[in-house]
Structures are given as structure tokens and as C-alpha cells.
Design a protein around this ligand. Structure first.
Ligand code: ACO
Length: 402
């Protein structure tokens, strides 16, 4: 049930809800989740249908503008994005200024933040035309930024976008192509990556989206707000989980595939030992995205002719966990990122680039949520209260007398 909280100034009451487990921060018409039933819908459309039939740019349009585009509108949107894929030449110096081993998520958030230095016309969050242009610039440039971050980290030359290619193809070519070679993009890889972007495109008020909204609620511009969202996504309890899952699987594999002893360590709550890729704040039955990814994993590995012992290991871990009281009682199931890493690895992405792929997918959701907030007359600056538990009043003691 929905209860609108009484205004604090009228009652003097404060609600303490650490981690916001029960507190809604907003109304929203974008994404619907029923965690008990395992339902996820974007603008009313079931995620399974969108994953199967739609494409990432179409879903981006749907999230941002509220309706599926007509063929003409989708083409116009796609063309507009293509016209903005280039980065200012000065951006090249920006990438080479970071240490080689810099984590690409750190580079990504810095680069997104830096966009507001290049587009100073975009700083007014109430200028609808500029906001639309900033949205297009972000969707167009994020793959270029992500690919450049990767290329710089391995010392390879940067490739300009090729706008004769589709959105995902272009990103793959900039990531894996070389100026000296003709890069053939595998359509199976394009299809699966596009689908994974669709699955990640929005998830209502998760940590990074709430961050984007909170920053935006101060009327900060879209680039600054999204940059903060990238930082929130970096953490292993959120987007960083896809990297953490693969590292966990690699460690178990290195230690002789001893799933049982790993699960024992998880259940004993050894510090820092969690079954990464399991559990979700909202889904308490299953994550509908995980079911789609699991199916795709086997299919894509078969199509690529890759056999990865980590996939068998992940399936064994899931099997053990699903029959273990610890996980059953706590309603812990695989989340979207339990299997994605195996696919990303098969495509050839290094482990530390996985979370960047999540960011590319989540971007339309951040933009749609930010715009919904800016257009909502009920929006106020986000300013949580606290329950103070520190010292009462006491008096300053001179440093020599302490
Ligand atoms: N492994 C082992 N135990 C777990 C796990 C896990 N992955 N997740 C939750 N638990 C346990 C908790 O220790 C807790 O046990 P307790 O009741 O004995 O104290 C119980 O299950 C409830 O968990 P909470 O941490 O209270 O659940 P919360 O909703 O706060 O956390 C979260 C959700 C952060 C996703 C958590 O399940 C987790 O850390 N999972 C691993 C990281 C991960 O995969 N994150 C990706 C999330 S999805 C996404 O962002 C795409």
C-alpha cells in the first residue's frame, strides 16, 4: 500500500529507514517491478518481450519519451545519435593523462563529468531543447568514451566512430578493431550485447539511479548527475558485481572447483565472502533478467564455439545454492549479473570493463529518470533527515588540557 508521509514540519516525526528498504523517494511512470512475482516492465512492456523483440536504441527511446517509436521516429533518433558519436579532439589528451592501469569506471565517470566542460550550453536543466541534446550526446558518446578508455589502457590507437555501423557494432569495432585491420563484427555478439543493454536499461530507484536523481534534485546538469550515477554503479554491491562474480568464479576454479567449501565460507559469513551475483533488494523470488541471461549464455557460447569451465562452475554454484537452506530462507537467487560476466568474457572484454558495459546499458534509464524528475512539479531537493546519536552539548577543552 502507498502511504504519503506526513510533513515533518507538521508532526515533528522522522522516519529512520536505513538503506531505504521501505521508503519511496518518488513516484515514477517509467519502470514497474513486482519483486515477489519476478516481474519487470519498462513503460508497461514486459522485459522478456523487449529482450526478445526490441533493440537498445528503441528501448532508450521508449524509456525517455514514454512510447515505442514509429519507424520514422526511431530512424530520426538513431540518425541524430550517429551525428554525435565523435568526441572533441582535446578529449584524447584527457584519456592519456590517466595511468595505464586506471579502472575504466573511474575514467568513465571523469569523462562524463568532463562533458559539461565541453558543452557549456547544456548547464541549464530546465532548457528542454538543451536537455534533449545532452541526452543524445550522452547516448552517442558513451560508447566512444568506453572504447577509448579501453584502448588507452592497452596502449592501442584510438579509432574514430564509423557511423555506417549500428550502435553496438560501432562500439565493438572501436573497442576491438585496429586501424590496420578490417574488423568483422560477429552478428551473434552484436545481438547478445544489444539484448544485455536492453536488460540493464532501467531498474527504477536502484542505487545509481537514486544518485542521479539526488544530484539532479539540486538542479545540477545532466552530465554531472550521470557522472555521479557512474560512480555509484562502480561499487561491487551494485554494478561492480559483474566483475566481482567473474573474479569469484576464477578464484573457485583456481582452488580446484571446490564449490561446497566456498558455499560453506559464504554461510559462515567470512568477512568479504559473499556469493556475488546472488541476492537482490527487490526480487525475492527470482530476477526475471537473470533467467533471460542464463538462456543466452549457453546459446552464445555455443555460437562462438567457446567452452568455458566457469560457466559450468556458475551453474553448479546456482544448483547448490538453490537447494541450500541458507539461500532458500533468505530468498537469495541469481541476479542479472550472475551470468553476464561469462558472456562478456567470451566476447573478449577484460574483467574490469564489465561494469562499463552495465553503465552503457543503464544510461537511458538514468536519463529518463532525471528528465522525469525535472519535469515533475512535485520535485524538491533531496535532503534526507537523520537520527542524531552523538554526544550532547559539551564545552571546548584547550589542547594542553586534554
Ligand atoms: N551472499 C551471501 N549472503 C547474502 C547475499 C549474498 N550474495 N546477499 C544477501 N545475503 C544475506 C545477508 O548476509 C543477510 O543475512 P542475515 O539475514 O543472516 O544477516 C540476508 O541475506 C539479507 O541480505 P541483505 O544484505 O540485508 O539484503 P540487501 O537487500 O541489503 O542487499 C544486495 C542486497 C546488496 C544485492 C545483496 O544481496 C548482495 O550483497 N549481493 C551480492 C552483490 C551483488 O550481486 N550485487 C548486485 C545486485 S543487482 C545489481 O545491482 C544489478
Amino acid at each position: 500500500g502507498l502511504r504519503i508521509g506526513p510533513l515533518l514540519k507538521e508532526t515533528g516525526h522522522v522516519t529512520l529507514d536505513t538503506g531505504f528498504t521501505n521508503t519511496a523517494s518518488t513516484t515514477s511512470a517509467i519502470t514497474y517491478i513486482d519483486g515477489d512475482a519476478g516481474i519487470l516492465r519498462y513503460r508497461g512492456y514486459p522485459i522478456e518481450e523487449l529482450a526478445e523483440k526490441s533493440s537498445f536504441l528503441e528501448v532508450a527511446y521508449l524509456l525517455i519519451y514514454g512510447e515505442l517509436p514509429t519507424a520514422d521516429k526511431l530512424q530520426a533518433f538513431t540518425e541524430r545519435i550517429k551525428r554525435h558519436t565523435l568526441l572533441d579532439e582535446k578529449f584524447r589528451a584527457f584519456f592519456s593523462a590517466f595511468p595505464r592501469r586506471a579502472h575504466p569506471m573511474a575514467v568513465l565517470s571523469s569523462a562524463v563529468s568532463a562533458l559539461s566542460t565541453f558543452y557549456q550550453d547544456s548547464l541549464d536543466p530546465f532548457d528542454a531543447e538543451q536537455v534533449d541534446l545532452s541526452s543524445v550526446r550522452l547516448i552517442a558518446k558513451l560508447p566512444t568514451i568506453a572504447a577509448y578508455a579501453y584502448k588507452t589502457s592497452i596502449g592501442q590507437p584510438l579509432l574514430y566512430p564509423d557511423n555506417s555501423l549500428g550502435y553496438v557494432e560501432n562500439f565493438l569495432r572501436m573497442t576491438f578493431g585496429l586501424p590496420t585491420e578490417n574488423y568483422e563484427v560477429d552478428p551473434e555478439i552484436v545481438r547478445v550485447l544489444d539484448m544485455l543493454f536492453v536488460l540493464h536499461a532501467d531498474h527504477e530507484q536502484n542505487c545509481s539511479t537514486s544518485t542521479v536523481r539526488l544530484v539532479g534534485s539540486s538542479q545540477a546538469n545532466l552530465f554531472s548527475s550521470v557522472s555521479a550515477g557512474v560512480d555509484a554503479l562502480f561499487g561491487p554491491l551494485h554494478g561492480g558485481a559483474n566483475q566481482a562474480v567473474l573474479e569469484m568464479l576464477e578464484n573457485i576454479h583456481k582452488n580446484g572447483d571446490d564449490v561446497e567449501s566456498f558455499v560453506r565460507r559464504v554461510k559462515n559469513k567470512e568477512p568479504g565472502v559473499k556469493l556475488m551475483g546472488f541476492g537482490h533488494r527487490v526480487y525475492r523470488n527470482y530476477d526475471p533478467r537473470a533467467a533471460v541471461v542464463k538462456k543466452a549464455t549457453t546459446k552464445v557460447l555455443d555460437a562462438l564455439g567457446v567452452s568455458d569451465p566457469l560457466l559450468d562452475l556458475a551453474m553448479r554454484l546456482e544448483e547448490v545454492a538453490l537447494h541450500d537452506d541458507y539461500f532458500v530462507e533468505r530468498k537469495l537467487y541469481p541476479n542479472v549479473d550472475f551470468y553476464t560476466g561469462v558472456i562478456y568474457k567470451a566476447i573478449g572484454f577484460p574483467t574490469n570493463a564489465f561494469t562499463v558495459l552495465f553503465a552503457l546499458g543503464r544510461l537511458p534509464g538514468w536519463i529518463a529518470q532525471w528528465r522525469e524528475m525535472m519535469n515533475d512539479p512535485a520535485t524538491k531537493i533531496g535532503r534526507p533527515r537523520q537520527v542524531y546519536v552523538g554526544e550532547g552539548e559539551r564545552h571546548y577543552v584547550d589542547i594542553n588540557a586534554r
